[in-house]
Design a protein around this ligand. Sequence first.
Ligand code: ADP
Length: 495
Amino acid sequence: TAAATEELIIPPVQISHTQHLINGQFVDAASGKTFPAYDPRTGEVIAHVAEGDAEDINRAVAAARKAFDEGPWPKMSAYERSRILLRFADLVEKHSEELAALETWNNGKPYEQALHAELPMLARLFHYYAGWADKIHGLTVPADGKYHIQTLHEPIGVAGQIIPWNFPLLMFAWKVGPALACGNTIVLKSAEQTPLTALYVAKLFQEAGLPPGVLNVVSGDGPTAGAPLASHMDVDKVAFTGSTDTGKIILELAARSNLKPVTLELGGKSPFIICEDADIDHAVELAHFALFFNQGQCCCAGSRTFVHERVYDEFIEKAKARAVKRVVGDPFKKGVEQGPQIDNEQFEKVLRYIRAGIDSDATLECGGGRLGSKGYFIEPTVFSNVKDDMLIAKDEIFGPVQSILKFKDLDEVVRRANATRYGLAAGVFTRNIDTANYLTRALRAGTVWVNCFDVFDAAIPFGGYKMSGIGREKGIYSLHNYLQVKAVVTPLKNP
Ligand code: ADP
């Protein structure tokens, strides 16, 4: 693995917010308990954070309920709501260095990635939804009989939102942006691994003038804080991003309690298909990015690299050379492409999958082990000769492990690419427009990237087919998740 320059970018940040934000106040957990937040570079504790349980969730939901039922938020003019979202986005831009540093410190992702890619997307998403806030309206509907019929698009109420640790700030944005634009109030539970940045941006929302109780943030574990939120009788909608197994639990909790509607963004095992006519150097680079980006911790990672047999050998050589060159190290160092995995549990899990790959007779081209002796660093790992029935071709690994599979023709690759319980994303790499059109229509996935990968934009919907989820986030589609439609029917009479 290549070496990074020694220059450390000193994080200009202090950890100032560790308590829950409930009803506009930072408060301790009802139980008084805290849990540690870690630095994945070393495994050292960097903060003690209020540990939420059902009682904290009750308090937060009560605040959100009151802020919804009594206002002013849902009754405010849409333009005023839009202005608050814009002010928040401006504050994000102003504080982006601290936010990026805090994200890196608690998550391990490269600081330069957080600062130059994720923070601009965070601000952009709120600009985008600020633009929607005052453009949400219903229809006048022609119907049989003498009636005047209109539809009102109303906020749904209190939204419960549960987010994961791989993109703490962006997941916050995807959930909170549309919910607020539509006039809902929120209780958000951050991931137990990464509680810090959500609290920081929640404070920025206070500064931007968001009324108390509109956005409440509770830190804590899934079963003890997430589950009471998903099953709360006063929560009107739940949105979740995380593993497919937990998604099933959320759906069940929602159904067993008050049948609140649920959106789920879950796991994936996305195919990245490199056709025989592809520009190999470009394909190698994109396939590498598709898998290794964010330490491989992306639900949409291109984790099954299908390569046409005619270009397979050349591709393997080059993919291996690229992985060997990948710069792994302290994410605060300049030029680092890959930091540590999030925690020991994920680190061990990824190493177990690597062992499973070796045991199943896939060819280990490079990597395969831990890097260094502290923190959760893993060598960029490439397997070739991967077969469809191997564990590394079926399970979501969520780490820096590329699995390369060989294919012969398009029908075959479509069948194999679709032979998974997931359907989050797919990549297609070809210079032939007919091949591209054929594949984009045949692949069962919520996003198909053609000659690109991981292109995210506030306006582009994202979500899964099959067991990768329910519903779409971002773009106009996310608004539907946070609105109810009321039909109003009035007889038309001659006065
Ligand atoms: P991962 O494997 O990526 O950590 P999880 O699905 O376990 O994914 O976690 C994603 C989010 O779901 C986190 O905020 C976590 O606390 C929460 N969570 C985990 N288990 C539950 C549960 N039983 N009920 C509600 N939320 C949960």
